[in-house]
Design a protein around this ligand. Structure first.
Ligand code: ATP
Length: 240
């Protein structure tokens, strides 16, 4: 998964410089996810009152595939916020482009100042989406899209920031397993962690009101069409 402007989101995956590289890699384990202790986010709305668009779903559901296509089709419309992280830069990663790389003390200070819309801790490092980073996307006249996991979704929902929540659902756990295996990015334990986490995400998505839109990614063309049309409805102000 991710990071978050998560292009890449997959730990260990090569970072191609594109929107994907902005995405925070999805945790291979969520055991250490920090629960939100943050109060309401107080952020300026996106351009022309456009809400933040939050895309979530199990690892392997197809989020990156859909977002990459959306960004390619509308290169000037959307933007990923640049996340903060306490991990070290990998080769080719640039400060302020792929991440804001900060020391742990700085990250903790930002948490104490309620600077994040959502943040998480995994694999000994912190990752977070700051309010300023989202504001920066809006200041460029773009609609900000977040690609985040379930705990991040819950944190954004606790904020007062206007947002639309889209959940990408795999047709089945078996199909998800096949896609993750086909992607070839996971070890056996990482694959099992992601499938275990997927079960929790599907349970959460089944709760009424957890998301504004749930799209099953079975046939990719059909899914993309629904995904595209729903998001463009938000951009054009036609989606409630
Ligand atoms: N509808 C589909 N049918 C078959 N394969 C698909 C479909 N959608 C995506 N895939 C494939 O499934 C794999 C997982 O997709 P993708 O990497 O986009 O998932 P993701 O939700 O972004 O995962 P992560 O959160 O781990 O980054 C990829 O190999 C992708 O090509």
């Amino acid at each position: 998964m991710r990071p978050l402007c998560r292009l890449l989101l997959r730990p260990g995956a090569p970072l191609s410089f594109s929107f994907v590289s902005q995405i925070r890699p999805a945790p291979s384990s969520f055991f250490s996810i920090t629960t939100s202790a943050m109060g309401p986010a107080n952020i300026a709305p996106a351009p022309a009152g456009k809400p933040l668009i939050v895309v979530s779903g199990p690892s392997g559901a197809g989020k990156s595939t859909l977002l990459k296509r959306l960004f390619a089709q509308h290169p000037d419309t959307f933007g990923f916020s640049v996340s903060h992280t306490t991990r070290s830069p990998r080769e080719g990663e640039a400060e302020g482009v792929h991440y804001h790389f900060v020391p742990k003390t700085t990250f903790l200070d930002l948490i104490s100042k309620n600077a994040f819309i959502e943040h998480t801790h995994f694999s000994s490092n912190y990752y977070g989406t700051s309010k300023k980073a989202v504001e920066h996307v809006a200041s460029k006249g773009r609609v900000c899209i977040l690609d985040i996991e379930m705990e991040g979704v819950k944190q954004v929902k606790q904020s007062t920031f206007p947002a639309k929540f889209i959940f990408i659902q795999p047709p089945s756990i078996e199909a998800l397993r096949a896609r993750l295996e086909g992607r070839g990015t996971e070890s056996a334990s990482s694959l099992q962690n992601r499938l275990d986490q997927a079960t929790k995400e599907l349970e959460y998505a089944a709760l009424p009101g957890s998301h504004d839109k749930i799209i099953v990614n079975d046939d990719l063309e059909k899914c993309y069409s629904e995904f595209h049309d729903y998001i463009m409805g938000i951009v054009e102000g036609n989606t409630r």
